[in-house]
Design a protein around this ligand. Structure first.
Ligand SMILES: *Cc1c(COP(=O)(O)O)cnc(C)c1O
Length: 635
């Protein structure tokens, strides 16, 4: 933490003074702080940790949700119940920020007919500071105190109010705390109102809107994370009018000009789109994998109608994961022994990982067996707690994994239950699946886990469909659903299974990151060629479901993908896992594939590689553009 000699100080001393401001609605740092819903939050959390490791001066802004994300309970009939508990702030690794009068420091934002205050909390993520806004402040109305209570409200008024607090309140918070960031990085469009606050500041100091806009563009980076409509917020124009008509004079814009900043034309009328506001006010824009870059250029082509699709100015930087957070301790000890001292300082370099080949098969396999036992033990403990505390039906205890054999081939499928992720693809031909998992001497176990957004009815029905099959006696207790997927359960699962399954309907999975975490722990990926896996798969470090093509007909796609999945499972995965070498009884070919996977994927999909790319491809350009501006303003 105190080292002065960091990657950033050695390579980019120009960053030393003015930080990069990073905005996100969610941050997944640790399971004790449930202020994340899923992949987007984990990525933000890992980004901060990666920035800290590299010594990058970054300061982040988000929310302290007083009720956090919900914990999930599954009823006997497979229906998801959402439980919200108020967080006990005094138990959390957060610090209140106090003003000179020892009272909580607050920022205020204007909402229709009132001012709303938000207080500030601070988290130290290594060297990086994360500031969290919280509207549960005395003086706010009861309803306003609830504005930051939960993630992603479905109510439009609360949603837009949240985003105003994040964007506008967030910039004000940085100013009060004395920050003058050189670059603003918007992680998803939710924080895009920050551009309006920055414009207002510059206009107040004598610039025109055009000048302000240009300067904001030059110093802004926008990362889009999904092509799925639910992840791309838009608001009706009347709602925007209600919240922003007061701001127009300050921005020197009329209504039409203002709407144009975020206008999304639909056949049924115009909306105001947060990603469009972010795209139009950032010069640097990216998707989160190569394929997602293409998909984003196609999807947002209408914003640049005069250029060819391939020339739409959206690039890509493929996601990564923070190795220090996701590697099992035993695996890390093993790598410490074989990769050489300080390997974590250069874990994004391919040659560091060549030494994986030197790990004796027996030692690696012993660590894998340990991690599998740990998972089995954890599942039994959870089942016991459930049995003691709740009135659960015995069949639910079986469904939570008590009958699993720690050493049998185990497949993990854990992710948000949204329909495009197709949790039910592997259940499509149930007869064939049951035949495959119940073979004597070659049992296969599948563990499902994941939450649905509480307002996503089709997603909750998908959980129910899976749960009903999990409860069937014919599967011999080998299909399991674990409730309440969070970072803690994620660690057990993606360290303790053998195969990590991912079956999104391509090209909807912009990147995905859980498979990267699994890979470095010796778990082998078995996935559709979408998102990161399309770049990671090399023919010998895992298995690919389906072909590297796009489909017009989703039904045909589901059918072909399901057949490919069953064929590979039957003819490749199961025989490989159970094929023991006669000399030492170890599954030698499985272990070589595992080594190939660890060796090739760990450096490429590390957060260290990712943050360096953000610095060298995007932040640096924004910084240079910004410093030229600063100099010319001084002149
Ligand atoms: C890594 C992670 C995710 C994101 O995983 P995907 O591969 O994008 O599905 C979601 N939730 C948790 C708890 C995670 O750890």
């Amino acid at each position: 933490m105190n080292a002065e000699d960091t990657w950033c100080s050695r390579n980019h001393p120009e960053y030393n003074h003015r930080p990069i401001a990073y905005f996100s609605t969610e941050f997944g740092l640790h399971e004790t702080l449930p202020i994340y819903a899923g992949g987007l939050g984990i990525l933000s959390g890992d980004h901060l940790k990666g920035a800290s490791d590299l010594g990058l001066p970054l300061v982040a802004v988000g929310f302290l949700y007083t009720h956090g994300y919900f914990s999930q309970h599954i009823t006997e009939d497979g229906w998801q119940e959402a439980h919200y508990l108020r967080l006990k702030f005094e138990d959390l690794p957060i610090l209140p920020i106090l003003g000179s009068d020892d009272e909580p420091l607050t920022v205020s934002v204007e909402l229709p007919g009132r001012e709303v205050q938000a207080r500030l909390w601070e988290i130290h993520v290594g060297r990086v500071r994360l500031y969290l806004l919280d509207s549960d402040v005395e003086g706010n109305s009861v309803a306003d105190r609830e504005l930051t209570a939960r993630l992603y409200s479905s109510d439009l008024d609360s949603r837009i109010s949240q985003e105003i607090i994040l964007g506008i309140g967030g910039v004000r918070a940085l100013r009060i705390l004395g920050y003058n960031p050189s670059v603003f990085h918007l992680n998803e469009g939710h924080s895009a109102f920050l551009n309006l606050e920055r414009a207002k500041e510059m206009i107040a100091s004598g610039h025109t809107f055009e000048e302000a806009n240009e300067q904001i563009c030059d110093s802004s980076i926008f990362t889009t994370h999904t092509p799925v409509p639910a992840g791309n917020d838009e608001f009706p124009e009347w709602l925007i009018e209600k919240y922003f008509s007061n701001l127009l004079p300050d921005l020197e814009l009329d209504r039409e000009q203002f709407f144009n900043l975020g206008r999304n034309p639909h056949p049924w009328g115009n909306t105001f789109s947060m990603p469009i506001l972010a795209f139009q006010m950032s010069r640097y824009r990216n998707g989160v994998s190569e394929l997602h870059g293409q998909v984003a250029r196609d999807m947002w082509h209408h914003l640049w109608p005069d250029v060819r699709v391939d020339d739409v100015p959206i690039t890509h930087i493929t996601n990564g994961v923070h190795s220090g957070s996701w590697l099992a301790r035993r695996m890390r000890n093993l790598l410490d022994e074989y990769l050489g001292k300080n390997w974590m300082e250069s874990l994004d370099e391919n040659q560091v990982w060549e030494a994986v080949e030197n790990i004796p098969d027996g030692e690696l396999w012993e660590v894998r067996r340990h991690l599998k036992r740990k998972l089995a033990h954890y599942m039994r403990e959870r089942a016991r707690d459930q049995w003691l505390n709740d009135s659960v039906h015995p069949v639910q205890v079986v469904a939570s994994g008590v009958l699993l054999d720690p050493y049998a081939l185990t497949i993990g499928f854990a992710r948000r239950f949204a329909t495009y992720k197709r949790a039910n693809l592997i259940l499509r031909d149930l007869g064939r699946l049951l035949d495959l998992i119940n073979r004597p001497n070659m049992p296969v176990q599948i563990i499902f886990a994941g939450k649905s957004h509480p307002a996503d009815e089709p997603g909750k029905m998908l959980i129910q469909e899976v749960y009903r099959i999990v409860k069937k006696a014919e599967n011999g207790g080998r299909l399991v659903f674990l409730e309440d997927y969070d970072m803690n359960l994620a660690r057990y699962l993606l360290q303790g299974v053998d195969v990590w399954l991912n079956t999104p309907r391509r090209p909807h999975e912009a990147s995905g990151t859980s498979g990267m975490k699994a890979a470095m722990n010796g778990v082998i990926n078995f996935s559709v060629l979408d998102g990161w896996w399309r770049e990671g798969y090399n023919g010998s470090n895992g298995w690919a479901i389906g072909r590297d093509v796009d489909y017009d007909n989703p039904n045909q796609q589901d059918e072909e993908d399901a057949i490919s999945l069953y064929d590979i499972l039957e003819n490749q995965i199961i025989p490989l896992y159970y094929k023991k070498r006669s000399s030492d009884g170890l599954p030698g070919e499985w272990i070589s594939m595992m080594k190939e996977s660890i060796r090739t994927l760990s450096p490429q999909f590390s957060m260290r590689r990712m943050v360096k790319e953000y610095v060298e491809q995007l932040y640096i350009k924004a910084l240079q553009a910004e410093s030229i501006k600063t100099i010319s303003t001084i002149e």
